[in-house]
Design a protein around this ligand. Structure first.
Ligand code: FAD
Length: 604
């Protein structure tokens, strides 16, 4: 344990004394009868969820600065991309999980569901997942300073009758466990004497609704399971087995390139999966899937992976902030379906409230609801909070999150020549917005920095007054705009540049004078850069040791692969993307076990 803590840079004494998971009773009644963190002197960051977004957040958040409380009905992180593999036993359930308490032992984890959150009074009401022996389910309130909503979404049935009652979803480990059991049950039922031909056909008809990555991966892995394992055990039943994939769109895997879509359909077809497109399911009964046009498909197991919808908590939070409906309307999105956030992931219209992952919608930059996005957003937010950025209210017309730095600190940094190097680099990338432009121009002149920074810094300082500051009162400067303006001007109007620069330096002198009399003015604001998604590509397993890989990066790399090489890539990416060494070892072991002994078909 000590070794593990040391690796995670966690002091055992801090754990024992602090409020983290190790504390027996981390929440105690505080003022107003609300629960507070025991002996908390640090700002409280409440994290809702333990999925991709929340997990990457809690892995990176600095618990020396914040008391982090994680509330989620699921006490573990789940590596969702491999969930279909667990439903047929290629890998074991536990290999895909990491307990929250292991992810970061210094956070306080509470196994509960957040029922409501009031963004105005900053209080969240939660109910425990389990009840005491007398049937009482503990309820508590948490007063937070900042909250991160990462509750994801839940499967959508689109109002199709019978789906909730009769179909299996593919969202949580419990779904995959139940599905694996049902598949085994259907084979045993079909093998019983006295079962008629029609009953066998129905029992062994596996219908998958949804032609997205989850549905396709499940259909592909199921056909592997049938061909590689069940065939050896139930040879006589093989003639009854059918796997049907239904999609209401003209093709499957629409997020992939057209060629890859066709390749997926033909690979699935060759492996015995019947792919039917342009069909919509209008109802599901206990034994039949009803299609539009009146057709009925008798089935044994139906898996529903047709899409997701907002959780009640997301709707509840959005419903309390009037700006949310306005923001959704502006981008023609359905109201309250997601939490609209600005490019800094601040919930529009709410103070100190952040949202990420599937439950959020970034205004002006629609991102796909994927693990990749949620994971990157989680570490972005943690780094922003670790940097001490003050969040304020979310929204386009609001100032971006900023960090206040004392001018004398800046002076020190200039002398030491370290912090300023960062500042210059950030400016060169066009990523920082510096309020006191003249101050920075002056500092950059004095910096002992590498020649390439100086080269750019000179053109930057020259150009600063051209476009900025927009008003001499705030003297705010957008480096992106300045750089663009400088490039466009090309130094043509040098007299104007000179004049503006002189004016800027003059006001800088004024500010220095003011600074001597007013200590509060001796602060510089550094603005946070917006979240930028780095798309690393998409992948999908399509069965028979084949996969699709599509990578488009920087408008230069365009890699579309289908087949065995893509499968090897899929395997290596998923192994490296595991969240811990333990998970990596477990999965490698599972893959080896499956190859040598086959998948386990026992019922439990
Ligand atoms: P989630 O990971 O869904 O986490 C939500 C968390 O919130 C959960 O811990 C949940 O228990 C908790 N929660 C729910 N309600 C509450 C509440 N009221 N209070 C507190 N906590 C609550 N993406 C990819 O990029 N690549 C893939 O290959 C891929 N494959 C996938 C395969 C499957 C089978 C599935 C289901 C998804 C796949 N995805 C994939 C999508 C990816 O899993 C999601 O985009 C990602 O999980 C979103 O992360 P999140 O943090 O927003 O939400």
């Amino acid at each position: 344990v000590e070794k593990h803590l040391r690796r995670m840079n966690i002091d055992a004494a801090k754990l024992a004394a602090g409020t983290g998971s190790a504390a027996a009773d981390p929440l105690v009644p505080g003022d107003n009868g609300r629960m507070r963190l025991r002996a908390s002197t640090k700002p409280v960051v409440l994290v809702l969820g333990s999925g991709w977004g929340a997990h990457s957040f809690i892995k990176s958040i600095d618990t020396d600065i914040y008391d982090v409380v994680v509330v989620s009905p699921r006490n573990h992180f789940l590596f969702t991309p491999m969930l279909p593999s667990t439903a047929v036993g290629t890998v074991e359930f536990r290999s895909l999980l990491e307990p929250v308490r292991t992810s970061n032992p210094c956070v306080t984890y509470l196994e509960a569901e957040c029922d409501s959150l009031d963004p105005h009074s900053k209080v969240a009401v939660c109910t425990a997942k389990f009840s005491h022996t007398d049937g009482r389910r503990p309820q508590f309130e948490i007063q937070y300073d900042k909250a991160v909503v990462a509750v994801g979404e839940q499967p959508a049935t689109f109002g199709v009758p019978g789906v909730r009652e009769h179909c299996f979803f593919m969202k949580e480990v419990s779904d995959a466990v139940a599905l694996r059991k049902r598949i085994a049950e259907k084979f045993e039922l079909a093998a019983l004497p006295g079962t008629t031909e029609d009953e066998r056909k129905a029992a062994l008809h596996f219908v998958v609704v949804g032609g997205g990555p989850t549905g396709v991966e499940f259909a592909g892995t199921l056909s592997d399971f049938v061909r590689e394992d069940l065939k050896k055990k139930y040879l006589a039943l093989m003639k009854y087995v059918r796997v049907t994939l239904l999609n209401n769109l003209p093709s499957i895997l629409t997020q992939f390139d057209e060629k890859l879509q066709k390749s997926a359909a033909s690979t699935l077809g060759a492996n015995g999966v019947e792919v039917r497109v342009n069909v919509s399911v209008v109802g599901v009964t206990a034994d039949k899937v009803q299609l539009g046009g009146g057709e009925e498909l008798p089935y044994g197991v139906c898996v529903w992976s047709a899409g997701n919808m907002a959780r009640p908590l997301t709707k509840h939070i959005a419903g309390q902030v009037p700006e949310q409906a306005m923001a959704a309307e502006a981008i023609k999105a359905p109201p309250n379906a997601k939490l609209c956030v600005d490019s800094f992931l601040r919930v529009v219209g709410a103070t100190d409230l952040l949202a990420l992952g599937d439950c959020s919608l970034v205004l002006g930059n629609r991102l796909p609801p994927t693990a990749q996005v949620a994971g990157q957003q989680g570490s972005y937010l943690a780094n922003m909070l670790n940097g001490g950025y003050s969040l304020g209210v979310g929204g386009y017309n609001q100032p971006p999150p900023y960090m206040l730095v004392k001018r004398n600190k800046l002076q020190e940094a200039t002398e030491k020549n370290d912090g300023l190097r960062w500042l210059a680099t950030a400016m060169m990338g066009g990523r920082a917005r510096i309020q006191v432009a003249a101050d920075v121009s002056d500092t950059l002149f004095r910096m002992d920095c590498p020649p390439w920074v100086r080269k750019h810094s000179e053109s930057l300082t020259k150009s600063l007054p051209l476009d900025a500051p927009p008003s001499s009162a705030s003297r705010e400067c957008d480096v992106d705009a300045v750089l663009a303006a400088a490039a466009a001007a090309g130094g043509a109007d040098s007299r104007a540049l000179h004049r503006a620069r002189a004016a800027c330096l003059e006001s800088y002198e004024e500010e220095i004078r003011a600074e001597r009399s007013d200590a509060a003015a001796a602060e510089v604001r550094y603005y946070e850069r917006p979240f930028e998604f780095l798309n690393l590509g998409i992948m999908a397993y399509i069965g028979h040791e084949r996969a699709l890989t599509q990578v488009t990066m920087f408008d230069v790399i365009n890699l579309n692969l289908a087949g065995t090489f893509a499968f090897l890539l899929w395997k290596s990416v998923y192994i490296t993307k595991q969240v811990s060494f333990r998970n990596r070892v477990l999965i490698l072991f599972d893959w080896m076990k499956t190859r040598v002994f086959g998948r386990d078909i026992s019922l439990w």
